[in-house]
Design a protein around this ligand. Structure first.
Ligand SMILES: [Zn+2]
Length: 100
């Protein structure tokens, strides 16, 4: 059995190959947008809706961008904590499997 970390690396590698637009997250433009969103709204929007105060660490695309750079950089965006973001991504992936 391969170690769990190896499986994770392999998964990440495959995911990068099938979604080359993930490189958009590495651009200075995205880094600036991300910093701006988190500075303007430092708390997780979903947790806040539940009455919880949680620091946001992830900037989520409210609408799926499907790798379209215009949509990717135009937003709209929402600040989320990691658990909310991961839950959201999983929900979207279940809803639109293979639709990315
Ligand atoms: Zn949250």
């Amino acid at each position: 059995m391969p170690a769990r970390a190896d499986l994770r690396r392999e998964y990440d590698r495959k995911r990068r190959q099938s979604h080359p637009w993930r490189a958009l997250y590495k651009t200075p433009e995205w880094q600036a947008i991300r910093a701006q969103v988190l500075a303007a709204e430092p708390l997780c929007r979903r947790c806040q809706a539940e009455g919880l105060i949680t620091a946001a660490t992830v900037v989520n695309h409210v609408e799926r961008h499907h790798g379209d750079p215009v949509k990717f950089f135009a937003g709209p965006f929402e600040p989320l904590c990691k658990p909310c973001h991961d839950g959201e991504v999983q929900r979207q992936e279940r809803a639109g499997a293979g639709n990315e």
